[in-house]
Design a protein around this ligand. Structure first.
Ligand code: UT7
Length: 313
C-alpha cells in the first residue's frame, strides 16, 4: 500500500510585515533583504495567536479538503519548534480541539526539515496498513523566538501552518523515495539560546551546509525513485533563501518554472515552509495528477530531508 496526499489546508496570520516596515524597526533595507534572500514580506501572528491555533486551522481545512471528518483520523503528527509548552504537545491540543476521538497525536522536532520527517513517518504507518488517515502539519510561530535586535536573523522569518491528510493511494502514486539525515555536530550554527529563548544563527555556515545538503539529498531521492532529472515536474524546497533554492534548481538542471517559490511572501516559516509551498502550488493549479514532486529541506540540528512524491490518489 503506498501513501499519498488526500487533502491540504493552510493558515497564515493576517498581519503582513514588509521589508519597508522592517526598515523602520532596524538598520536594514528592502534592497538588502530582497537581493540577499528573495524575501519581500512575511506574516506575523498576533500575540494571542499560538502555533497550536495556526495548526488547528490548517488541519481542520485539510480534513475537510480530503472529504473526511475528524473521527476518520488515526494520528496527528505536528512538526514544530515553537510549541507553547513542551507538553502537552501541539498534536494533543489540536486532537482535542477537533474532537478527533480516534486519533493518537505527537510532535516531531526537526526544525525546517520537520515537515519532510512528518510525511515520511506518516507514510510508514500507512504503508504497513497500521493506520489509514494521518494528518501531518508543519506549524511555527518564529516571531516568538526571533531576536528582534539581531538584524542578520530578524529579517528572515515568518509565521504560518500547512497541513496535509495522508492515506493509501494507488501503487504508482504517493511517496516514491526519501532520505532523512542529521549532523548534530552542526548544532552550534543554529540553535535556541537557553539564556534568552531567542534564535541564534551563523548564516554563512548554514548557507554552505544548505547548498551542499539540499543538492546531495535531491540527487539521492531522485536516484532512489528511479527517475531522471527530466522526470521532475516541480521542485518544492524549504523556503529559506532564494539563492539556496536556486542552487538546488541548478544542481538538478531544472528550468525556472519548475521551482516553487513562496519565500517572497512568507519568508522562512521553518516547519511550515515546505507545507505552505506545496499547498500554494496545489491551490495555484501547478500540481497535476501524476506529477513527480521533489520536496527538500534543511534546518537546525542540523537536519535534512528530501522525498519524491507522485501526486494523485
Ligand atoms: O531554515 C534555515 C535557516 N537558515 C538559513 O536559511 C540561512 C542561511 N543563510 C543565509 O540565508 C545568508 O547567510 C543570510 C541571508 C543570513 C546572510 O547573507 P550573506 O550573504 O551570507 O551575508 P553576510 O552574513 O555575509 O553579511 C553581509 C553583510 C554584513 O556586513 P559587512 O560585515 O559585510 O559590512 C552584515 O553586517 O550584510 C550585513 N547585514 C545586513 N545589512 C542590512 C546582515 N544583516 C543585514 C540586514 N540588513 N538585515
Amino acid at each position: 500500500m503506498n501513501a499519498g496526499i488526500l487533502g491540504v489546508g493552510k493558515y497564515v496570520p493576517e498581519r503582513v510585515l514588509t521589508n519597508f516596515d522592517l526598515e523602520k524597526m532596524m538598520e536594514t533595507s528592502d534592497e538588502w533583504i530582497r537581493t540577499r534572500t528573495g524575501i519581500e514580506e512575511r506574516r506575523i501572528a498576533r500575540d494571542d495567536e499560538y502555533t497550536h491555533d495556526m495548526a488547528y486551522e490548517a488541519a481542520k481545512k485539510a480534513i475537510e479538503n480530503a472529504g473526511l471528518t475528524p473521527d476518520d483520523i488515526d494520528l496527528f503528527i505536528v512538526a514544530t519548534v515553537t510549541q507553547e509548552s513542551t507538553f502537552p504537545s501541539v498534536g494533543n491540543i489540536i486532537q482535542d480541539r477537533l474532537g478527533a476521538k480516534n486519533a493518537a497525536a505527537m510532535d516531531v522536532e526537526a526544525a525546517c526539515s520537520g515537515f519532510t520527517y512528518g510525511v515520511v513517518t506518516a507514510s510508514q504507518f500507512i504503508q504497513t496498513g497500521a493506520y489509514k488517515h494521518i494528518v501531518v502539519i508543519g506549524a511555527d510561530k518564529l516571531s516568538k523566538i526571533t531576536d528582534w535586535d539581531d538584524r542578520s536573523t530578524a529579517v528572515l522569518f515568518g509565521d504560518g501552518a500547512g497541513a496535509v491528510v495522508m492515506g493509501p493511494v494507488a501503487d504508482d502514486k504517493g511517496l516514491l523515495s526519501f532520505v532523512l539525515g542529521s549532523d548534530g555536530s552542526g548544532g552550534k550554527y543554529l540553535n535556541l539560546k537557553e539564556e534568552n529563548d531567542k534564535l541564534y544563527m551563523n548564516g554563512r555556515e548554514v548557507f554552505r551546509f544548505a547548498v551542499r545538503k539540499m543538492g546531495d539529498a535531491s540527487m539521492q531521492v531522485l536516484e532512489k525513485a528511479g527517475l531522471e532529472k527530466e522526470d521532475l515536474d516541480l521542485l518544492i524546497p524549504h523556503q529559506a533563501n532564494i539563492r539556496i533554492m536556486e542552487a538546488s534548481r541548478e544542481r538538478l538542471g531544472l528550468p525556472e518554472e519548475k521551482l516553487m517559490r513562496t519565500v517572497h511572501k512568507y519568508g522562512n516559516t521553518s516547519s511550515s515552509s515546505i507545507a505552505l509551498a506545496l499547498i500554494d502550488a496545489v491551490e495555484e493549479g501547478r500540481v497535476h495528477d501524476g506529477d513527480n514532486l521533489l520536496l527538500v529541506g534543511f534546518g537546525a540540528g542540523l537536519t535534512w530531508g528530501a522525498l519524491v512524491l507522485r501526486w494523485g490518489k
